[in-house]
Design a binder for this molecule. Structure first.
Ligand code: NAD
Length: 259
């Protein structure tokens, strides 16, 4: 069967592009024919991340902090200057923050997580939407988490921030009523990644983390997910194959939240 999920010539802006999920997604979108604008905090990380993309993706790397409005305006401007448009926006940068019970969580650390995971997602949509609404076309995919659907001990602010991402996504989808702009989010489960390791280490409080074998007992797929498995849902949502999908929160969790 031919691969129907093609993104030939589509311009995709990806934040958190140097991270595990961002990088896997950037690679898949490029493989499917998209042009790539990669955003992350450090230029050197980005240069490494885009180095193995196909030349046809014409990748550009823009270092920006998603919590700073000038930086967000700058990456949107860079994308439009280079390619004339933005068709796909994968609004994915995020942090797990400290891993501690609420009574031990500092206010500064709490605010920092909200700043990246909520303000960063808001600013990205605020400045990409005018480009998409002007052309009456576009797909925004925010990264939430299954922690945005259920509670998550010792990462309460992370969980709260991801609940907020789902709320932002659904509200934005409504605000785009009657336009050709769709807004969705993905809710990854336990993905084999640096972030998951950091959370497990933090929960173990310096002791040996809960073994992965125990962890996967609560996942119907009986394994952790991979970044590429999140990427394939993002590619679908980015494509015309998802033309009737908006305001949704797609779980990619091997069934973890099905119970
Ligand atoms: N790994 C998981 O198990 C998992 C599960 C559910 C959701 N998520 C979400 O998926 C997304 C990607 O996570 P990941 O596992 O690839 O993590 P990661 O830490 O590998 O990647 C996150 C990237 O975001 C970037 N970033 C952080 N703050 C930034 C800022 N202020 N400005 C610009 N870039 C910034 C980081 O530099 C990093 O490259 C995050 O939103 C995360 O919350 C991850």
């Amino acid at each position: 069967m031919p691969d129907r999920i093609r993104l030939d010539g589509r311009v995709a802006v990806i934040t958190g592009a140097a991270g595990v999920i961002g990088r896997a997604t950037m690679g898949l979108l490029a493989e499917r024919g998209a042009k790539i604008v990669a955003i992350d905090r450090r230029q050197a990380d980005l240069e490494g991340a885009i180095s193995d993309l196909p030349a046809a993706a014409e990748p550009i790397a823009v270092a920006a902090d998603v919590t700073e409005e000038e930086g967000v305006k700058e990456y949107v401007r860079a994308a439009v200057d280079k390619f004339g448009t933005i068709d796909v926006f994968y609004n994915n940068a995020g942090v797990e923050g400290d891993v501690k019970p609420i009574q031990d969580y500092s206010l500064d650390a709490f605010r920092r997580v909200l700043d990246v995971n909520v303000v960063g997602v808001f600013l990205g949509m605020k400045h990409v939407l005018p480009v998409m609404l002007k052309q009456n076309r576009g797909s925004i995919i925010n990264t939430a988490s299954i922690a945005g659907l259920v509670g998550s001990p010792h990462i309460a602010v992370y969980s709260a921030s991801k609940h907020a991402v789902i709320g932002l996504t659904k509200s934005a989808a409504w605000e785009c009523t009657g336009t050709g702009v769709r807004v969705n989010c993905v809710c990854p489960g336990l993905i084999d990644s640096r972030m998951l390791s950091a959370i497990l280490q933090g929960r173990a409080g310096g002791n040996t983390p809960y073994p992965v074998e125990k962890l996967v007992e609560r996942i119907p797929a009986r394994r952790l997910g991979q970044g590429c498995e999140v990427a394939s849902i993002v590619a679908f949502l980015a494509s015309d194959e998802a033309s009737y999908v908006s305001g949704s929160a797609y779980t990619v969790d091997g069934g973890r939240t099905a119970a």
